[in-house]
Ligand binder design. Structure first.
Ligand code: AMP
Ligand code: ZN
Length: 352
C-alpha cells in the first residue's frame, strides 16, 4: 500500500547520491573567497601571493610526511634548496626558450652614493602618487644579481648531479621540496605565483626513468585515492610560449612526455593539475652532460606534487573545517599513516 511512497523515497535517495557524486566532481569558483573569509588563505593585495594560516600549513606538512612514506623505499637522496638558483644554471637550462613569461629574476641595488640618491628621488616620486598605479622608475637603479627565482623544484638538481661525474649503475634518485616562482598572477587560488613543489627526480637509463614514472603514476593515484579526492590521469603539455610553442606542446603530447593528475578545485569546467609526471628524455642530460655509468647520456624524469593545489583540493572536497574531514583522511594525515601506506603499496602489486 505504501509502495509508491517507499519507491519515491528510494528514488530520491538514488537521485541524491547521483547529485552528490556530480557535485563532488565539480570545481568550486567560490573557493578562494571562502578560504579568505575563513582566514585559511591570507590575501596580500597581489593575485597569486598569499599568506598561509596555521591550519593550511599543518595540512601541507602532514601531506608532505605522507609523500615521504610513499617514497621511503626509494632511499632517495634528500636535498633542500632555497627558492632561488644560480642564474648561470638557469641560463643553461633553456627555461627562457620555453617559458620566458613565467620566469622571475632577482635584482638588487649595487650602486654608489650618487646612485642611492637617484634611487631615493625616484622612490619619492613613486610614493607621491599615493595608492594609485605606481611607477617602477626606482627600479632603474637595480641591477641583476647572480640569482633567479626557482621555477621548478628539480632545476637545481641536474647541474649538481652533473658536477659529480658519471652516475653509478643504478643511477640517482633525489628528493626535493621548495618554494617555486612563476609569473602567472591569477584569481584562481590554485594558480599561485609562489607555491611549493615536492619532487622525486630520477636520473638514469631510459628504462630506469620510464619505470620510475610508471611507478609514480600508480603511487600518486594511490595517494589521491587515500585522500578521497576525485581525479583523473591525463596526457598533458606544458604552456610553451609563443607561436612556436604550440608545435613544441604538440610534440610533447605526441611523445607522451607529460601526464597530470587532475582534481576539480576552483576553475569552472576544468580540473586542476595537482601532480605531474614528467619525462624529459635526455634534455637535461644533454644540457649538463650527465653521463650514465656506461658513458651514455642520462635520461631524467620527475614527479611533482603541487603542495598548495593538493591542499586546496582537500579543502574544496572535504570542507573548511579539518575536524570534519572524512575519518580515513583524518587517520591518514593525523594518525599513523605508515601501515595504511604499506597496505596501499602492497595493493599496487607490480606497479608499486
Ligand atoms: P609543472 O612543473 O608545471 O608540471 O608543475 C608541477 C606541479 O606544481 C603541478 O602539478 C602543480 O601541482 C604545481 N603547480 C604548477 N604551477 C602552479 C601554480 N601556478 N600554482 C600552484 N601550483 C602550481
Ligand atoms: Zn621537475
Amino acid at each position: 500500500m505504501n509502495m509508491p511512497t517507499e519507491q519515491a523515497v528510494m528514488m530520491t535517495a538514488e537521485e541524491n547520491a547521483h547529485a552528490q557524486k556530480a557535485a563532488s566532481l565539480q570545481s568550486d569558483p567560490t573557493l578562494r573567497a571562502r578560504l579568505v573569509e575563513a582566514g585559511i588563505l591570507i590575501e596580500t593585495g597581489e593575485n597569486g601571493l598569499y599568506g598561509r594560516s596555521e591550519v593550511f600549513e599543518d595540512v601541507i606538512e602532514r601531506l608532505n610526511k605522507v609523500i615521504t612514506l610513499l617514497g621511503a623505499d626509494q632511499r632517495a637522496e634528500v636535498l633542500r634548496f632555497p627558492p632561488a638558483m644560480r642564474r648561470h644554471d638557469f641560463e643553461d637550462s633553456e627555461y627562457l626558450k620555453s617559458f620566458p613569461d613565467l620566469a622571475g629574476t632577482i635584482h638588487a641595488f649595487q650602486g654608489n652614493d650618487r646612485g642611492h640618491h637617484r634611487l631615493l628621488e625616484a622612490l619619492d616620486k613613486t610614493l607621491a602618487v599615493g595608492d594609485a598605479e605606481r611607477s617602477d622608475e626606482w627600479m632603474d637603479q637595480q641591477k641583476p644579481t647572480r640569482l633567479v627565482l626557482t621555477p621548478a623544484a628539480c632545476y637545481p638538481v641536474y647541474p649538481l648531479i652533473a658536477r659529480r661525474g658519471p652516475l653509478a649503475g643504478d643511477g640517482a634518485i633525489v628528493d626535493v621540496f621548495a618554494y617555486c616562482f612563476r609569473h602567472e598572477p591569477s584569481l584562481d587560488p590554485s594558480r599561485m605565483q609562489m607555491f611549493r613543489m615536492r619532487e622525486y627526480i630520477r636520473v638514469g637509463s631510459p628504462a630506469q626513468v620510464m619505470a620510475f614514472r610508471q611507478k609514480w603514476i600508480a603511487r600518486g593515484s594511490l595517494l589521491v585515492n587515500l585522500l578521497q579526492l576525485p581525479f583523473e590521469i591525463d596526457l598533458a603539455n606544458d604552456p610553451f610560449f609563443g607561436r612556436g610553442g604550440k608545435i613544441v606542446a604538440d610534440s610533447q603530447r605526441e611523445q607522451q612526455l607529460k601526464f597530470e593528475l587532475l582534481v576539480p578545485v576552483a576553475t569552472p569546467d576544468k580540473p586542476t593539475a595537482c601532480l605531474s609526471f614528467n619525462y624529459h628524455m635526455e634534455h637535461f642530460g644533454e644540457i649538463w652532460n650527465i653521463r650514465q655509468a656506461d658513458d651514455s647520456l642520462a635520461h631524467t624524469a620527475c614527479v611533482g606534487f603541487g603542495m598548495e593545489r593538493t591542499t586546496l583540493a582537500l579543502f574544496r572536497h572535504h570542507g573548511l573545517d579539518v575536524a570534519q574531514w572524512p575519518a580515513p583522511v583524518r587517520a591518514l594525515l593525523w594518525g599513523d599513516a605508515a601501515p595504511v601506506i604499506a597496505e596501499g603499496l602492497a595493493g599496487l602489486g607490480a606497479q608499486a
